[in-house]
Design a protein around this ligand. Structure first.
Ligand SMILES: Cc1cc2nc3c(=O)[nH]c(=O)nc-3n(C[C@H](O)[C@H](O)[C@H](O)COP(=O)(O)O)c2cc1C
Length: 153
């Protein structure tokens, strides 16, 4: 089985797009994630699957994190945090309960670390939800390797 082809196949599963933000000793780290999944309601648990090669891999170990769920007009922010750093920062920070977060996101889920699990070349980080907020608007979507929008039927 071919890995590139497998990746292409997975792309047919449409997702939303999030930025995971987390405080380091000197700054706030953010990275773009579409592997975000809800896991449990009681206790409230969510999951992100993190590539072992990322800087986020070290930052998230034992650390609080915030899931910033993006709106349809935040594509530049998604690119900025996926290694395509823009000269002019395309977003503003705001203060959340467990660290800095991205202003005007569609929803926020603030987590304390729960457990990690081996996921091959990724590590699954489960977070225990300590605070959440949401507002009205349209989500940014990701489908077949491209940013997309959700059509409500
Ligand atoms: C739409 C999209 C979704 C992504 N989802 C993930 C993901 O779920 N897990 C992951 O580890 N990287 C994901 N990435 C790649 C990271 O955002 C990228 O490797 C980032 O530069 C890592 O930053 P860091 O090394 O500073 O932590 C995604 C990228 C894009 C554009």
């Amino acid at each position: 089985m071919d890995i590139r082809n497998f990746r292409q196949c997975l792309g047919y599963f449409a997702t939303g797009v999030t930025i995971i933000t987390s405080e380091t000793a000197s700054s706030t780290h953010g990275f773009t994630v579409n592997s975000f999944t809800s896991i449990s309601l009681n206790p409230m648990l969510v999951l992100v699957s993190v590539d072992r090669k990322t800087k986020a891999m070290d930052v998230l170990q034992g650390n609080n994190f915030i899931v910033n769920i993006l709106r349809d007009d935040q594509q530049d922010t998604a690119m900025h945090f996926a290694g395509h750093t823009m000269e002019k920062q395309p977003f503003e920070w705001e203060k959340g309960g467990l660290g800095k977060r991205i202003k005007n996101s569609l929803a926020y889920i603030e987590c304390k670390p729960w457990k990690t699990y081996d996921g091959g070349d990724h590590v699954m980080f489960l977070g225990e939800v300590k605070h959440f907020e949401h507002s009205d608007g349209n989500p940014l979507a990701f489908y077949c390797g491209k940013f997309s929008e959700v059509v409500v039927k």
